[in-house]
Design a protein around this ligand. Sequence first.
Ligand code: SF4
Ligand code: SF4
Length: 164
Amino acid sequence: MSGPFWQTKTLDELSPDEWEALCDGCGKCCLVRLFGPNGGIYATSLSCRLLDTEACRCASYGDRSKQVSDCVVLTPQRARDFDWLPATCAYRLRAAGEPLPPWHHLVCGDREAVHREGMSVRGKVTSELEVPEEDWDFYLIEDYKGFGTPEHPLPKRSPPNPSA
Ligand code: SF4
Ligand code: SF4
């Protein structure tokens, strides 16, 4: 079959370089996730301490597993199994045999398109380092461009009043 690698190859067939190129750079998988009742996994608008929130890139990608023990390194099998990956994740889409969206850099040739189209976390998140862990549930998000609405939302409270 002819065509670009991301359309014609399965995830298992990608070379290491092709695998890396498939990432759209959205940064959504680098959000802090909380575990709720009934096994629900909920995204927050807090980002991993290593995410450069402006560049939307891991500040220590090659060393990420050592520095952040719960950083998930994707493999073809995991891309198929992880239903918490955003619906827009290129690995998830290709694992399901779906095409890449028009704003994906492999399709449009522009790595900024994901940000321009509002499909990334750039400028929308706060580093986990800036918020005490007991306040993380203030940052739960119910829908984040593809995460979907949780079936069992955790209780939401008003954000703390800094002047109180
Ligand atoms: S959600 Fe998927 S496409 Fe987006 S940064 Fe993470 S691995 Fe890459
Ligand atoms: S260690 Fe890097 S790749 Fe892993 S979640 Fe954090 S920012 Fe993302």
